[in-house]
Design a protein. Structure first.
Length: 135
């Protein structure tokens, strides 16, 4: 498993826990001892980026995740989408296809086959429409 995938999964752990506990992922990250945090720099970058752009990310999820309200969407899927959207829209040093592929792989591993297909569809639409977004 690549270091970046491990970092994505670790960031997902923090986002998921924050979602469930009503906390902030960065706050939870800051509470952990540094030696527990492998791939800490990329985890931190993902958490900061998702938090900084959360309202726009959630707006896009709500718009393009047809048939799913944010509240009804499984927390794991919602947070996989948040990480991938941050990578697609705000990280210029990462190909969009890699972000989509990683999100689908993580969803396949941690969620359901249906979730992976759904996440692929949502992210695919966003990648196509990305040039038209005002970010």
């Amino acid at each position: 498993m690549s270091a970046r995938r491990k970092a994505r999964k670790r960031a997902l752990d923090f986002l998921y826990e924050a979602d469930i506990r009503g906390a902030t992922a960065l706050g939870l990250f800051g509470e952990r001892p540094a030696d527990e945090l492998s791939q800490g720099d990329y985890v931190r970058e993902l958490l900061i980026g998702v938090e900084e752009h959360l309202s726009k990310i959630d707006e896009l999820i709500t718009t393009y995740a047809q048939g799913w309200d944010m509240d009804r969407m499984p927390a794991i899927d919602r947070n996989i989408l948040r990480i991938a959207l941050f990578e697609i829209l705000w990280l210029s040093n990462l190909d969009d296809e890699i972000a989509v592929s990683e999100a689908v792989e993580i969803a396949t591993e941690l969620s359901t086959d249906d979730s992976a297909k759904y996440i692929n569809g949502v992210l695919g639409r966003i990648v196509i429409l990305k040039p038209s977004f005002a970010i």
